[in-house]
Design a protein. Structure first.
Length: 270
């Protein structure tokens, strides 16, 4: 009995220490060039580096875990101390999360195969005549549904991962892929296809473009404040901008917000 009591006390003590230490878990999907597993099997990416710098600068205890987007989203909403590295700030999500800070901005596009000369898009209305694919649960899905796309109309196809979507595009199962800012030169070859065979078809200007660090309502506001301050310090020091530049991503002067891809087009993110 004494042994059981001692074991219970030790267990409770460990749990108390863990809770006090506030070990955080940052979660994200595998999405180049933001956060992904590189050819060496290591975690990599521009936003991953920014999060690592925040962790080091704040001297917090934290892990980073890559998992499919839907699972990362669910974890951040239902568990405390779980932070999504990049989530679009949309009106639907506004009250579901605590918003730590803007980590990047992206542009949204419809993408098509170059050889598909029959696919011509110069407006959202025109895109409704084609089958468009995107990630299930993304802000992109919500946006498309609000604008007349659905499975019943046979102009919407959903997948859980980008490599599946690229396969659907190259195999002709969808006509367009709706995405916002991933590296075509990295993501498409990773899915087993040639990025030179893909092109932007139409830029969607009214799609939300703010990617944020965010956590659910169960996380302590003190943790949110600490992380928000860490991100601000990283931007003020210039290290944030240096990381983005190293990845070929630039940020304008207005509060570390508006971005543009230099070099080739970069498309994707949720």
């Amino acid at each position: 009995m004494k042994f059981v009591t001692l074991s219970l006390l030790l267990c409770l003590g460990w749990m108390s220490h863990t809770a006090t230490a506030e070990r955080l878990l940052f979660v994200a999907e595998d999405l180049p060039p933001y956060h992904f597993i590189n050819q060496q099997g290591e975690k990599d990416g521009a936003l991953y580096e920014i999060v690592k710098a925040m962790i080091e600068q704040s001297d917090i205890q934290a892990d980073v875990h890559f998992t499919p987007w839907a699972r990362a989203y669910d974890m951040s909403l239902t568990q405390s101390d779980v932070i999504m590295i990049s989530v679009l700030k949309t009106p639907v999500r506004q009250k579901q999360f605590q918003w730590i800070g803007e980590i990047y901005r992206s542009e949204a596009f419809f993408v098509k195969l170059k050889r598909r000369q029959d696919v011509q898009v110069d407006s959202l209305a025109q895109a409704r005549h084609y089958v468009v694919g995107t990630i299930r649960g993304y802000g992109a899905e919500q946006y498309l549904r609000r604008n007349g796309f659905s499975e019943t109309r046979q102009n919407l196809a959903l997948s859980v991962e980008y490599h599946q979507l690229w396969g659907m595009l190259f195999k002709g199962r969808i006509d367009l892929l709706f995405t916002n800012t991933i590296g075509l030169e990295v993501e498409v070859p990773k899915a087993g296809f040639d990025p030179d065979k893909v092109e932007k078809a139409y830029a969607v200007v009214d799609f939300p473009d703010e990617l944020h660090l965010a956590t659910g309502l169960k996380t302590s506001p003190k943790v949110v404040k600490r992380l928000s301050e860490a991100l601000s310090r990283l931007k003020e020091s210039g290290r944030y901008h240096a990381i983005l530049r190293r990845w070929g991503l630039t940020v304008s002067a207005n509060a570390g917000a508006q971005t543009e891809a230099i070099n080739t087009a970069r498309l994707g993110a949720g």
